[in-house]
Design a protein around this ligand. Structure first.
Ligand SMILES: Cc1cc2nc3c(=O)[nH]c(=O)nc-3n(C[C@H](O)[C@H](O)[C@H](O)COP(=O)(O)OP(=O)(O)OC[C@H]3O[C@@H](n4cnc5c(N)ncnc54)[C@H](O)[C@@H]3O)c2cc1C
Ligand SMILES: Cc1cc2nc3c(=O)[nH]c(=O)nc-3n(C[C@H](O)[C@H](O)[C@H](O)COP(=O)(O)O)c2cc1C
Length: 550
């Protein structure tokens, strides 16, 4: 039996999940499983791909991701052809801190059923907020899918492997045959040259946060710079990200196109098992590859952010051929950084504000983010390859409109852009800015700039320090404080807009609760249900926007 998988992704994770599903199904006895990007297959071909597994994420505020936009436009049309011969299964990727959680996965599932398609299994949902990320939700989905496709989980212990999708020798001999494994890259990327980098945090602060300026070539306020890959110390000039135009050596190929520091995929364990000549190691690999003992993989690999090279060194009895190993590496994914400069005020350079991601795993291993590390160590003249894209969550800015900006941590970046733009354009409308950090003098970003800007526009800055003078104050606490709450309610009632940016963990929910409380007490006469409805209406009207990242 054959089956097909279509993935729809913005930042690459759905592709990785799709490939994991494919290798799992092949290991369970499926003869062939083809993985393709959704928009490369027209809707009238979908029935031919049946049984079809669709893996799709949600972006923006419940919007379809980059590789699904054309398909979704077609599927939504009233004259979209029926699909009675389509057997399908949908797995959605999302983040439950967003108001429209897994919206596209749910919508797609419903729409395919409306068109007469037959759902093989209940739709699966993966949530970034789960301790094991989206992988946690995948387990139950895979189990029911295997049953629906009449495969056998028991066969999983077999060593059936799909052939490697990448062949190093062919890439070396014919570079033009190579396509970057991550599909949604624009073919044309741009080289960004660093003009300057300045550390914003004090030297005794635990985290390095930098203001980085690039030589500028015209962006608008809500533009997000997507950086993909860095030029390394030896000064190699990068070719366009999507393909190769000249010969490449092994190191270049690995560093430019693969994320060697990301956590190893589960399918790597399955692949290693097939080439392992030691019983104990094989048994352990089986546990790590299996979906029925998912917690093993999560604890050993996902939470430890253990990468493919580390895994290889811990299983020395696996003689995996290089093409199989290469095909199991995770492709380099784009990292997005909001612009913190304004087009009108910063004519020479554009800027981003980057926090170097550093954390300790549950077993105390120090880990560091790849792109933020490169950026926070970069020097003037260093080059980064990337492309410019519009932020999916655009706040439409009008001069007369009051603004409430909540930007703890690096969430300050888009706020700085908006405020500098407002000052350059001499806005009259009031702006409230909520800044959240640990302590003044340590990580209070752009403090002196706010003082200057307050002389030019009606800017009120409210600070929330979480490690200062023995108190833990967060932005949500400051929003509901007496005096501030009344002022915010009046701005909201006057048609003001709210923008919340920064960490996606707990903050957006707490802030929404705080705003709902403000609306309840000062706009809706104490009614909680009216306040919830009011905030939801603001969201619908594009006046309450959350743009957060993990
Ligand atoms: C729209 C948007 C705008 C953004 N704007 C900014 C911005 O202005 N400034 C900014 O600094 N960042 C911003 N980001 C985040 C940025 O894109 C990167 O995600 C961030 O810099 C980390 O990338 P990295 O390459 O350093 O880390 P990576 O090498 O990609 O590592 C990150 C991965 O590490 C893992 N991880 C992280 N923390 C832990 C932990 N505690 N335990 C276990 N695993 C963990 C997670 O799997 C995570 O995906 C934005 C993101 C989006 C989507
Ligand atoms: C800018 C942005 C907007 C997002 N919007 C939503 C959303 O509205 N609903 C949701 O459930 N998840 C949302 N997410 C979370 C993604 O769907 C989730 O991170 C997913 O794993 C990404 O998969 P991908 O890499 O295949 O695109 C958003 C993520 C980002 C970065």
């Amino acid at each position: 039996m054959n089956t097909n998988i279509l993935f729809a992704t913005e930042t690459g994770l759905s592709q990785e999940v799709a490939e994991t599903i494919a290798s799992y199904l092949v290991a369970c006895g499926l003869r062939k499983c083809c993985v393709r990007s959704m928009d490369t297959v027209s809707i009238d071909q979908w029935e031919l791909l049946s049984p079809l597994v669709v893996v799709c994420s949600t972006t923006g505020q419940g919007d379809p991701p980059a590789t699904m936009r054309a398909s979704w436009e077609h599927l939504k049309m009233s004259d979209c052809p029926d699909l009675p011969n389509l057997q399908f299964a949908v797995f959605g990727l999302g983040d439950s801190t967003y108001p429209k959680y897994n919206y596209m996965g749910k919508m797609l599932h419903n729409r395919l059923r409306q068109l007469g398609g037959v759902s093989l299994v209940h739709r699966g949902l993966g949530d970034e907020q789960d301790a094991g990320g989206v992988w946690e939700g995948l387990e139950a989905f895979l189990k029911s899918l295997v049953v629906a496709l009449r495969l056998s989980n028991e066969q999983f212990t077999s060593t059936a492997l799909a052939p490697p999708v990448l062949k190093f020798r062919s890439i070396i001999e014919d570079p033009s045959s190579f396509r970057a494994p991550f599909i949604p890259y624009p073919i044309k990327t741009t080289t960004f040259t660093i003009a300057s980098r300045k550390q914003l945090t004090s030297s005794d602060h635990f985290q390095n946060i930098c203001h980085i300026e690039f030589e500028r070539f015209g962006f608008d306020t809500s533009t997000v710079v997507t950086l993909h890959s860095a030029e390394d110390d030896t000064g190699i000039s990068f070719a366009p990200a999507a393909f190769l135009s000249s010969k490449i050596n092994l190191v270049e190929l690995l560093v430019r196109f693969f994320d060697l520091e990301s956590c190893a995929s589960r399918s790597l364990f399955h692949c290693l098992k097939a080439f392992c000549n030691d019983d104990e190691e094989r048994e352990r690999l089986e546990e790590l590859a299996s979906t029925s003992v998912q917690t093993d993989y999560l604890a050993y690999c996902y939470r430890e952010k253990r990468n493919a090279l580390e895994v290889l060194s811990e299983f020395p009895h696996c003689a995996i051929p290089f093409d199989y190993f290469l095909s199991q590496l995770k492709p380099m994914r784009p990292r997005m950084y909001s612009l913190s400069s304004s087009p009108s005020a910063d004519k020479l350079n554009c800027a981003i504000t980057v926090a170097h991601l550093q954390f300790s795993t549950p077993y105390g291993r120090a880990r560091s983010g790849l792109c933020s590390r490169w950026l926070c160590a970069a020097a003037a003249g260093d080059k980064f390859e990337g492309f410019v894209s519009q932020s999916p969550s655009r706040l439409s800015l009008e001069k007369a409109q009051p603004l409430i900006l909540v930007g703890p941590g690096t969430g300050i970046a888009p706020m700085r852009s908006i405020i500098r733009e407002a000052a350059a354009l001499h806005w009259k409308a009031p702006i409230y800015l909520f800044v959240g950090c640990r302590a003044p003098g340590r990580d209070y970003l752009y403090e002196s700039e706010w003082i200057e800007l307050q002389k030019e526009i009606k800017l009120t800055v409210v600070t929330a320090f979480s490690r200062f003078e023995g108190k833990k104050t967060y932005v949500q606490h400051r929003i509901v404080e007496s005096g501030t709450a009344e002022a915010l309610a009046s701005l909201i009632a006057d048609g003001g807009s709210i923008l919340i940016c920064g960490n996606s963990k707990q903050m957006p929910r707490d802030v929404e609760r705080a705003f709902t409380s403000v609306v309840q007490h000062f706009i809706c006469g104490g009614s909680e249900s009216d306040a919830v409805r009011y905030v939801n209406e603001c969201k619908r009207d594009g006046r309450y926007i959350t743009d957060t990242w993990s």
